[in-house]
Design a protein around this ligand. Structure first.
Ligand SMILES: NC(=O)c1ccc[n+]([C@@H]2O[C@H](COP(=O)([O-])OP(=O)(O)OC[C@H]3O[C@@H](n4cnc5c(N)ncnc54)[C@H](OP(=O)(O)O)[C@@H]3O)[C@@H](O)[C@H]2O)c1
Length: 285
């Protein structure tokens, strides 16, 4: 293998076939960071190779097949990284995990099947938990490391038809906040990145609840779709998220939460808006 040996950071990012993951993998490599880029479908690895080749960072970027729904793939990939990078880590390089893979199930709670809720949690929550747990013992032994969770504004604020997605991100927030206080004494920092709308494939890959066209809640679906379309006007580019990930990686003591983009202010405002006002808004829209 011909990659540089003087890198100081070794990063695994999940979900690198498109959107935030693809941009972050290549961007971090351009900063001299050694990147393992998880891709669930091997047929999509070419996209990553092309982007890395264009930016001349192929030597720093290794695509790895990784479906976060499969624990055996998680074990394989983490073992591979810790073995291959033992010398670099012994020489002081830091391991960083970025849990980015995710998708959205959208629908009214009555319309979403239990199976769809489970699928949503399997990827967005349990996938991130499994990878975090696979990384933690090595990070603790070395007395340093970071875990960066790509959450969402919907990890702090919920709305109609996002119960599955928001619940998976709220769960990720609770897990990460608790974990942060457990591991900070071991030199490990857990951070949550909370983007508002971002230009990516997320909207195209939405899993809508079956039969939503005839749902008694259909006006909420329509409102959601209108809002999703409008949000394109204020959506962040993936690069904004990649730059925040880099800032966290480079910080000696990163914070717990990083709200980003058009809805960042909503997180602060939400604490001051009376609940009754929000309820009336949803009753009458
Ligand atoms: N876009 C937004 O508006 C927005 C806002 C806030 C937070 N986020 C979060 O940002 C993260 C990245 O999403 P994105 O916006 O970049 O959307 P995206 O373009 O759809 O990218 C999602 C990535 O996750 C991968 N993925 C999905 N399920 C997976 C699994 N089981 N195992 C491994 N990889 C899997 C997808 O792979 P495939 O190509 O194989 O499907 C894809 O590479 C997600 O966690 C999302 O919740 C997005």
């Amino acid at each position: 293998m011909t990659y540089q040996k003087d890198y100081k950071k070794i990063v695994l990012i999940t979900g690198c076939s498109s959107g935030i993951g693809l941009d972050a993998a290549v961007f971090l490599a351009t900063k001299g960071i050694r990147v393992y880029a998880g891709v669930r479908n091997p047929e999509r690895i070419g996209l990553l190779d092309n982007a890395a080749g264009r930016d001349g960072v192929g030597h720093l970027l290794t695509p790895v097949k990784l479906d976060v729904d499969h624990n055996e793939e998680i074990d394989q990939v983490t073992r591979l990284i810790f073995e291959k990078e033992r010398d670099a880590a012994d020489a002081g390089a830091e391991f960083i995990l970025v849990n980015n893979a995710g998708f959205a199930v959208i629908g009214a709670a009555e319309d979403i099947t239990l199976e769809a809720y489970e699928r949503q949690f399997r990827t967005n929550f349990f996938g991130a938990v499994a990878l975090t747990k696979a990384f933690l013992p090595e990070l603790r032994r070395r007395g340093r490391g970071k875990v960066i969770q790509i959450s969402s504004t919907f990890g702090r604020i919920a709305a109609p038809v996002v119960s599955a997605y928001a619940a998976s991100k709220f769960a990720l927030e609770g897990f990460s906040e608790s974990l942060r206080y457990e591991v900070i004494r071991h030199g490990i920092y857990i951070s949550l990145v909370e983007p508002g709308p971002v230009i990516s494939n997320l909207i195209d890959n939405i899993n809508y609840a079956e039969g939503y066209e005839s749902s008694p809640y259909r006006e909420f679906y329509q409102k959601y779709q209108d809002l999703a379309e409008m949000s394109n006007l204020v959506a962040s580019q993936p690069r904004e998220i990649s730059e925040t990930i880099l800032r966290i990686i480079e910080s000696p003591k990163p914070s717990l939460r990083y709200p980003i983009g058009a809805t960042a202010a909503a997180e602060t405002l939400n604490r001051f808006i009376p609940e009754a006002l929000v309820e009336n808004f949803y009753k009458f829209i």
